[in-house]
Write a protein that binds this ligand. Sequence first.
Ligand code: 13P
Ligand code: SF4
Length: 302
Amino acid sequence: MNDLQHRIERLKKEKNAVILAHYYVHDEVQQVADYIGDSFYLSKIATAIDADTIVFCGVSFMGESAKILNPQKTVLMPDETADCPMAHMADPAYIEELRQKYEDLAVVCYINSTAELKCCSDVCVTSSNAMKIVKKLPNKNIFFIPDENLGRYIASQVPEKNFIFNDGYCHVHAAISAEQVRAAKNSHPEAKFLVHPECRPEILALADFIGSTSEIIDYATDCNAKEYIVGTELGVLYELKEKNPDKTFYSAGSAQCCPNMKKISLEKIIHVMETGENAVSVSDELRAKANAPLNRMLELAK
Ligand code: 13P
Ligand code: SF4
């Protein structure tokens, strides 16, 4: 541990704080986290935490969800500008239009979304529970927001439902091209190709395994293969290598990096812990509305 990491450990005790981190943040940030995981794990664990303060090392929608689920806790964001562009890529007016058109519409909202979009939705999902939750819904018509690629993947697994797609996307995953993947496969013919469902359909078609970040890590850890091509943000390499020191991991080709996740630094964590700056605040009205689809997700995912 370096000096900054030691300082953070002291601050955690002083402030009765815990640190949550997504797999996409820098390695040294993951090293100070009390809990590291995918979006679903982090939202679930946020409801079970006993500390006064949660320092959320991730992007805005993650801290916002943690605050909605735990209004009595202080949730600090090390960098307030760390925001997921996809979280904004849906239109409440269009959601309302579709509700008028389809009587039994369920608006299924990927957790990578603003609180405003969650408010217009019937249920939230993450990449690791979307299939299970959509299958359980009584509705035939599903409007999946904001990610088209995840929506199309879930639709392919739940053919009994009628999906309407939205044109949102994650620029990090959508940038992975089939040419790059084919080149990586040619260079490493024995490697398994592991892909996040935020990638485009032609990339998913080349995959040996499709899953959330945690599912990708679990698959590689349980699998006998020695080599893997990774089709998600490369922050997952930290945990993949920790758990699998004898295995080799390659990028799918574009050195996938989420610039917003990478804004989180040890210095910024120390700053917010010392000053209490960047505390997430959600109005009571917004919280009450956005809490319902988040809680329904936690219920249906059980
Ligand atoms: P998961 O954490 O559900 O794998 O989602 C990946 C992601 O893009 C988070 O921003
Ligand atoms: Fe958003 Fe994609 Fe970054 Fe995740 S990886 S925070 S979906 S831009």
